[in-house]
Design a protein around this ligand. Sequence first.
Ligand code: HPA
Length: 236
Amino acid sequence: MTPHNHAKEGDYAEAVLLPGDPLRAKWIAETFFENPRLVNSVRNCLGYTGTWKGKPISVQASGMGQPSLSIYVHELINNYGAKTLIRVGTCGGLNAKVKVRDVILAQAASTDSSIVKGRFGAFNFAPIADFGLLRSAADKADAKGLKFHAGNMLSSDIFYHADGFAGYDKLPDHGVIGVEMEAAALYTLAARFGVKALTICTMTDCLITHEEISADARQTSLKDMVELALDVAVEA
Ligand code: HPA
């Protein structure tokens, strides 16, 4: 039990998927898990445990942004023994080659967040995905015929940037292909506590072309992405 989570020790599997949205956590548990069981509902930030293809798996909503995700992830690792954490989310596109519906595997995560930057003094720490999870996700995405890009993600603390695309400054020119709000903090916590983490996002809106995903395509793409994440998580 923690102030943010009333699950008991042992209520979570070692592998946990992390969508931002609590209702997406519910949808993942009810759509994909065998025998889903609600383990947390504090603040309606829902967490469930069940099995996928017979293997234990959990899903816990992280909320939006790095402060919220950091609380849930810190506790999943330190209070509940999580060893493999896979964020499943959506992201904006910062490179015209990445099309709406494409999957981005965040190989690394750049950030403007003081949560990450504040800890390393003179150094620019590079938050990176676990290589084994990344390789597994890339292999499985290939096998499923999913179009994906592995690259540098921006985890920004700002959704409504006052300067729009220009607010991301030189990052798109340095190979940063997508923008979301959580991966860098997830990777930094995973590094600190010696566990594995990966972020998988569907690109839903391109900040360059202004192309946006349709409601139907959003649901199919999310389904493909979640199945990929589940397959990677239970084999880790
Ligand atoms: N920023 C911009 N666009 C987005 C994001 C984000 O965090 N997530 C999905 N589209």
